[in-house]
Design a protein around this ligand. Structure first.
Ligand code: ADP
Ligand code: NA
Length: 331
């Protein structure tokens, strides 16, 4: 009954790393390629400001993220790539949805607990973050939402808000399904320093991740220093040998082969030698992305235009939904 609409978002904070690339961006590229309906990708700057941001660097991070996504192969002609704050209906629908859920429900979100743990005083926006996220999804009547595993509860809130809204005001939104990347077969890339954790742009140590803009020298150095263990053979065992297994995953994804093929080829190598092979593969994978990224950053006008075009397309859909919402509610 509902046309297929795929929605996902990414915050313009930090630089894309291999985890984002293999866990999210690569998946989006496949969806853009295979889907019949629209794929809508939002650079969620309104979410970014739920934690303190420096205005100058936030502004350049938005263009930086746009350049990164395009350099990774997200074709702005084939999807709607846009900047969240350029479409005011996100905040408007977020407000309405905030009237349909309770503080009790929001208190228990693990992401909120984690992010607010070190703060003396918690911004209201950080607390209501999942409500804005629900608005992002509902505004486009999204049917599928690719997310990371840590976002599942947030998607349940979005589904709950659809039920609540539809029951109260008449059927307006489809129930959004989520696509968790781990279930889709993609690996969770781990931190190079603490392999029991995921690779993340929010970890303080930049040596814990490989950013898509890293130079070959940086990539080699980070992979050489990657934490492994005291066994030197190259074998896949995610539970007991997360460091080595992570190298195998990165390698397999970089060259587009299976873990088994990779392990078979590494017979006889110790982890030290194997790291050089992994570094080569990652350098080769990232080198065209990095040069395209550098080229795009020099064409700031192009990037500004990409976001303006995408945001205009997004707003066409968003304003249609918002008008319908107002009509349903009696505003
Ligand atoms: P980060 O933790 O680096 O800030 P985000 O939370 O902004 O990443 O996630 C952006 C997207 O990248 C999400 O879809 C998330 O699932 C994916 N992602 C983030 N880190 C990883 C990882 N280490 N491995 C696989 N996918 C990841
Ligand atoms: Na995160």
């Amino acid at each position: 009954k509902w046309p297929q609409i795929i929605f996902s978002g990414i915050q313009p904070t930090g630089t894309l790393h291999l985890g984002n690339y293999f866990g999210a961006v690569d998946k989006w590229k496949q969806l853009i390629h295979s889907s019949n309906g629209d794929v809508i990708l939002s650079i969620v700057d309104l979410h970014a400001i739920t934690l303190p941001q420096d205005p100058k660097s936030l502004h350049s991070s938005i263009l930086h993220m746009t350049a990164s996504l395009v350099a990774c192969g997200i074709d702005p002609e084939k999807c709607i790539l846009f900047q969240q704050s350029k479409v005011p209906q996100h905040a408007l629908l977020g407000w309405v949805l905030g009237t349909l859920t309770t503080m009790t429900r929001l208190y228990h979100f693990p992401q909120y607990k984690e992010k607010s743990a070190t703060l003396k005083d918690i911004p209201l926006g950080l607390f209501t973050y999942p409500v804005l996220q629900a608005a992002d999804i509902l505004l486009y009547k999204s049917t599928q939402v690719p997310i990371g595993g840590d976002q599942v509860q947030h998607l349940h809130l979005a589904q709950h808000l659809v039920h609540t809204f539809n029951n109260k005001y008449g059927v307006t939104f489809p129930i959004p399904e989520y696509i968790v990347e781990v279930e889709s077969g993609a690996a969770r890339i781990r931190s190079l320093r603490e392999p029991e954790k995921k690779m993340s742009k929010s970890h303080a140590d930049p040596k814990s991740r490989i950013e898509i803009t890293d130079t070959p020298e940086q990539i080699l150095s980070k992979i050489k220093k990657a934490v492994t263990d005291f066994t030197s053979s190259v074998q896949y065992d995610a539970e007991n040998r997360p460091g080595v297994s992570n190298l195998i995953d990165m390698h397999a994804l970089a060259v587009g082969r299976t873990r088994n093929e990779i392990v078979d080829e590494a017979v006889g190598l110790d982890t030290g030698k194997y790291k050089l092979r992994v570094a080569d593969a990652v350098i080769e994978k990232l080198s065209p992305i990095r040069s395209e990224f550098t080229r795009l950053l020099d064409s700031k006008d192009y990037l500004v235009n990409v976001l303006a075009d995408g945001s205009a397309k997004a707003e066409t859909i968003a304003s249609r939904t918002w008008n319908e919402v107002k009509m349903r509610i009696g505003l």
